[in-house]
Design a protein around this ligand. Structure first.
Ligand code: 3PG
Length: 393
């Protein structure tokens, strides 16, 4: 695919799709990770003397009208501070935007436009008409085939990947294509059902697949233990059994916790109890892995060559159920493995335990990160590949 950094941008009208979909409370951005991740791209275009137009979605507003709740105004404010130069927010931009060389404007939420989500051709053509060069840099939205992430790129004079998208694809591609061994993946979170495809794809790639959270409970049940009142999916126990057999057939393993932390209620002040996994009572909730399990997993991570992390292994929002996730985060930090982490909860855990700087690569993708791990082709990337082939041909 064509990369933005290989193109001459001076004086050009450059339309950059970023993923600035960040959490906002009371009109203020509460986590600006995604905004900071896009800065290098925006600075590069601005400093090259491009006429920079930025696009992003925010939330999931109803299409067809402006909605103050989903305005990018707080994002424009934060971006301006981080960038150190003005960012003009433009409400109506589909008919054309005046932008000076080296100026940066932010087009209001793309999802206010009718047809954005269904990748409407007419809308995509109007976006394409705004620019000389379209830059797709929104890795976090690369799994969506929408007008601003996909269609626009088909009709723009030139379509290329921005530095953030390129970096994400390079880092994740490196971890999955020829990973230094052993490779360990951690897949945590509430439900097997939402991550079944990820588990199925990873089980064929990795040497150890560590499962956590509600997902682990289904595997604990599959190993024949009681899980009390814990969150688990009875209908997916056969799938868990099959995955464990699949891992073993390859000489790998999906380890099951030998000890767990339980409580009688899911609450911030619930009393935590540590017990062997075969002694979980009918009224127990499993809310974290136990210390023996955590140290067994930590040694796997420390001696790993590659680590892929998506999802916490316990209810780390409550400190008494956070030791498992903390232990794994610290082991990854200590490990010399090439490590990548992605997903909203995972990044919250990474931040809580202060290991940001000791993880090789932190992805800005949530759903996109998962789809990449599933081995799916992201529609925005497929579009860029198609445009590059046309160019070569
Ligand atoms: C995300 O937060 O995962 C992306 O910004 C995509 O948002 P969406 O799920 O609303 O398309």
């Amino acid at each position: 695919i064509v990369r933005m950094t290989d193109l001459e941008l001076h004086g050009r009208r450059v339309l950059i799709r970023e993923d600035l979909n960040v959490p906002i409370r009371d009109g203020r951005v509460t986590d600006d990770t995604r905004i900071r991740a896009s800065l290098a791209t925006i600075r590069h275009a601005r400093d090259a003397g491009a006429r920079v137009m930025l696009m992003s979605h925010l939330g999931r507003p109803a299409e067809g009208a402006f909605d103050a709740e989903a305005s990018l105004a707080p994002v424009a404010d934060r971006l301006e501070k981080l960038l150190g130069s003005p960012v003009r927010l433009v409400r109506d931009w589909l008919d054309g935007v005046d932008v000076a060389e080296g100026e940066v404007v932010l087009c209001e939420n793309v999802r206010f436009n009718r047809g954005e989500k269904k990748d409407d051709e007419q809308l995509a053509r109007r976006m394409a008409a705004l620019c000389d060069i379209y830059v797709m840099d929104a890795f976090g939205t690369a799994h969506r085939a929408q007008a601003s992430t996909h269609g626009v790129g088909l009709y723009a004079p030139v379509a290329c990947a921005g530095p953030l998208l390129s970096a994400e694809l390079d880092a994740l591609g490196k971890a999955l294509a020829q990973p230094p061994r052993p490779m360990v993946a951690i897949v945590g979170g509430a439900k097997v059902s939402t991550k079944l495809t990820v588990l199925e794809t990873l089980v064929d790639k990795v040497d150890q697949l560590i499962v956590g959270g509600g997902i682990a409970n289904t595997f604990i049940a599959a190993a024949g233990h009681g899980v009390g009142k814990s969150l688990y999916e009875a209908d997916l126990v056969p799938a868990a059994v099959r995955l464990m057999e699949q891992a073993r057939a390859r000489g790998g393993e999906i380890p099951v916790p030998t000890d767990v932390i339980t409580a009688k209620a899911f609450a911030e002040d619930a009393a935590a109890e540590t017990k062997p996994v075969d002694q979980v009572l009918d009224d127990d909730l499993i809310l974290d892995i136990g210390p023996d399990t955590a140290s067994r997993y930590a040694s796997m991570l420390i001696s790993a060559g590659t680590v892929v992390w998506n999802g916490p292994v316990g209810v780390f929002e409550f400190d008494q159920f956070g030791a498992g996730t903390r232990g794994l985060a610290e082991a990854i930090a200590e490990s010399s493995a090439f490590s990548i982490a992605g997903g909203g909860d995972t990044l919250a855990a990474v931040a809580k335990y202060g290991v940001e700087d000791r993880i090789s690569y932190i992805s800005t993708g949530g759903g996109a990160f998962l789809e990449f791990l599933e081995g799916k082709t992201l529609p925005a990337v497929a579009m860029l590949e198609r445009r590059a082939t046309e160019l070569a041909g």
